[in-house]
Design a binder for this molecule. Structure first.
Ligand code: PAF
Length: 283
């Protein structure tokens, strides 16, 4: 049975009760509009503990001024049903003033330097500070033993892992492989902004990442050549590429020719929708 709470006090009471009865707390933070990708995180959570807490909070601090904060889909009833079906025990769904009682401007922030400025961070300044701040606050509210995140947001996961390590948070952070549609499109709440034609075309993102992966394994192109070719492929399909970068999977620093472990990080616009995806290559 799923219990839903909206205040930090009620959350803490419910989590304390679970801890008192010896339960290991696993936390799955989300912004709602849950899909199969999120439910795969809940499934994974069950392998890491016995009291699953999810949060649904569309965090204003991680949205830039001209981004989709207001348009971001809010589907609490359907989300609650899904969480219950997949065996989540507690849902924390706070209002913005519960998380930011003084607004977001005068808030203490968590800045994870370096990692936050690269890739998505250079297109979305302040985004990862917003993510790290809210995740830190949520961790302090829930005090989980373990937290689960999707690998689709590869850079976000790296930022959170560094925050947890740098701030000595006693939390195991688990990354879960990206959940994909049959055509390879990474599941994302933002796919809901795409029309049917755009959704079919969006499969090219994963096709291009797979092409890059195979080219790297077969060593047919230099990184520089491959980057140009992959960007051209996407642009010819109607995408506007924000970035396509080859990077070190741990530090996210730009790869050098000859590197063996690479993550290919990609962000591209399909119409007014910005999609991200990634693939890890070992050669
Ligand atoms: O990945 C998300 O849904 C969000 O960035 C997160 C981690 C819930 C923080 O708002």
């Amino acid at each position: 049975m799923l219990q839903t709470v909206h205040t930090i006090e009620a959350l803490r009471n419910a989590v304390s009760l679970a801890k008192t009865s010896g339960k290991r707390i696993v936390f799955v933070p989300t912004m709602g509009n849950l899909h199969e990708g999120h439910f795969s995180l809940i499934q994974e959570a069950k392998a890491h503990g016995d009291f699953i807490v999810a949060s649904i909070f569309v965090n204003p601090m991680q949205f830039g001024e001209n981004e989709d904060l207001d348009a971001y889909p809010r589907t609490l009833d359907a989300d609650s049903q899904g969480l219950e079906k997949f065996g989540c025990q507690l849902l924390f769904a706070p209002a913005a003033n519960e998380i930011y009682p003084n607004g977001t401007q005068s808030e203490t922030c968590v800045n994870v330097p370096g990692l936050s400025e690269l890739h998505c961070g250079s297109s979305r300044p302040g985004h990862f500070t917003g993510v790290a701040t809210v995740v830190c606050k949520l961790f302090n509210m829930v005090q989980p033993d373990c937290a689960i995140f999707g690998q689709k947001d590869f850079q976000q996961l790296a930022v959170i892992r560094k925050m947890v390590s740098d701030l000595c948070m006693p939390i195991d952070v688990i990354g879960v492989p990206t959940s994909r549609e049959a055509n390879g499109l990474a599941r994302s709440s933002r796919n809901g902004y795409l029309n049917a034609d755009q959704k079919a075309l969006a499969a090219q993102i994963y096709a291009t990442l797979t092409f890059c992966k195979n080219s790297l394994v077969d060593d047919v192109h230099s990184l520089a050549e491959l980057k140009i070719e992959a960007q051209q492929q996407l642009e010819s399909q109607g995408f506007k590429v924000d970035y396509l970068n080859f990077a070190c999977p741990t530090t996210l620093a730009i790869s050098q020719e000859g590197d063996r472990n690479i993550v290919i990080l990609l962000a591209a616009w399909m119409g007014t929708t910005r999609l991200i995806d990634n693939i890890v290559v070992t050669r």
